[in-house]
Design a protein around this ligand. Structure first.
Ligand code: S3P
Length: 440
């Protein structure tokens, strides 16, 4: 695919008013995959319609689930998903292409591991560079096989095995994708599968699996599931995505005179670390819990432009709760007085792009001093930052990098050009429209 450039112009006015963001990407993937695994027809609503979630939908269809989701006026997907239940997935006609979606392929490995099936899994140029041994290693201990054996990157063929062995596994990194793959495989194992993690990662799987009838426990840094267990259909209403909301919140903090409320957004503690980070920077940000959808808390996030931001330190054990927001938080930190340090962010090197390098490169284009020591990211903020003319940012086809650098143009007074801005369709296709709607 050739490079596309998009000019992003300054918003005509401050951001003001209330809005909603599309459904949470992590919960949407899980709603699609868990419903496909379940016996019966699940009813899902508020599902994010984006490139990544479409990858999960296509994958489960190829494996025999019946998906009848319809686009709603708010842009979300609702409808029924009839799973394969006790019969298991069917052998697909060819390889499953997971596109850009790490969540699709990594969770799918856990879904397929306990079945007598052989499936080649692949993805786009970005996904084919991302590490997979973190998933294949524990699944091999449970009895699944992969070929070529010991390979780190896609394409990889999974050879499932039934039943699997239940294991206790110490995860080497705080990754909800790894945790989920092991727990899903554990549903097809005999006995209790235990996953210990070094720091708390997002817990949507532990919150959602019991709704599908699984016996799970979740304590701090330990999750368990009891197998064998066939999931049964249920109802899932997906709240708004806090990772998408973070872009609107940060835009409000960067654009003088702004004041916004994001409604119906997931307030899962493992996802809204960015609100605490921004508060510690002195930003005017608050949350209001309104209830739960299933077991997921949701409510309103409010943000008001704040003139005097200050740098802060984000400790290693809090990184998982801000992992997808670090690029945009780094952009806010670039406007704060003093130093901001994100501790132990090596995982950013293996996201959709090398986000550690992409963040530092983009900040240096802005004239901001940012650097890495070991795995720590340092940013020396400049409260009076003057954006140079004619900036061209490369998104590296990474949706969160595209949105981060577009805020430089949208919230400032000079247009910027973004290479491959289209990548926003992976998680937040209505990103520009949402901001423009608030800036009238
Ligand atoms: C996700 C987990 C995180 C996150 C990703 C979505 C999930 O990845 O960065 O965007 O839905 O489980 P890791 O598990 O690699 O930390």
């Amino acid at each position: 695919m050739s490079e596309q450039t998009t000019v992003i112009n300054p918003l005509p006015a401050p951001l003001n008013g209330s809005t909603r963001v599309p459904g949470d990407k992590s919960i949407s993937h899980r709603a699609v995959l868990f419903s496909a695994m379940a016996e019966g027809t699940s009813r899902v609503s508020g599902v994010l319609d984006s490139g990544d979630v479409r990858s999960s939908i296509r994958a489960v269809q190829a494996l025999g689930a019946k998906v009848s989701l319809e686009k709603q006026v708010d842009g979300s997907l609702s409808g029924g998903i009839t799973g394969w239940g006790e019969r298991g997935p069917i052998q697909p006609d060819g390889p499953i292409d997971c596109g850009n979606s790490g969540t699709t392929v990594r969770l799918l490995m856990g879904v397929l591991a306990p079945w007598d099936i052989e499936v080649e899994l692949t993805g786009d140029d970005s996904l084919r560079k991302r590490p997979m041994r973190r998933i294949t290693a524990p699944l091999m201990k449970m009895g699944a096989q992969f070929s070529p054996a010991g390979r780190e990157t896609l394409p990889i063929t999974i050879h499932g095995s039934r039943p699997l062995r239940a294991i206790e596994y110490d995860a080497p990194m705080a990754s909800a994708q790894l945790k989920t793959a092991v727990l899903l495989a554990g549903l097809g194992a005999t006995g209790k599968t235990i996953l210990n993690e070094p720091a708390i990662s997002r817990n949507h799987t532990e919150l959602m699996l019991p709704e599908y009838g699984a016996v799970t426990t979740a304590a701090e840094r330990v999750a368990t599931v009891k197998g064998p267990c066939t999931l049964r259909s249920c109802e899932v209403n997906v709240p708004g995505d806090p990772s998408s909301a973070a872009f609107l919140v940060c835009a409000a903090l960067l654009k003088p005179g702004s004041e916004v409320q994001i409604e119906n957004v997931s307030l899962n503690a493992g996802r809204i670390g960015f609100t605490r980070t921004l508060e510690r920077m002195g930003a005017n940000v608050s949350i209001e819990g309104l209830g739960t959808s299933g077991k997921e808390p949701y409510g309103i996030i409010s943000a008001r432009y704040t003139h005097e931001l200050v740098g802060c330190e984000i400790p290693a054990d809090k990184i998982a709760s801000v992992i997808d927001e670090i690029p945009v938080l780094a952009l806010v930190a670039a406007h704060a007085r003093g130093l901001t340090v994100f501790r132990q962010v090596g995982e950013l090197r293996v996201k959709e792009a090398n986000r550690l390098k992409a963040t530092i490169d983009g900040l240096s284009q802005l004239g901001v001093d940012a650097w890495v020591e070991g795995d720590d990211l340092y940013i020396e903020g400049q409260p009076d930052l003057q954006v140079p003319d004619g900036l061209v940012f490369n998104s590296h086809k990474d949706h969160r990098m595209a949105m981060t650098w577009s805020l430089v143009g949208l919230c400032g007074d000079k247009p910027v050009t973004i290479v491959d801005f289209d990548s926003i369709k992976i998680s937040f296709p209505t990103f520009l429209g949402s901001l423009e709607g608030l800036a009238r």
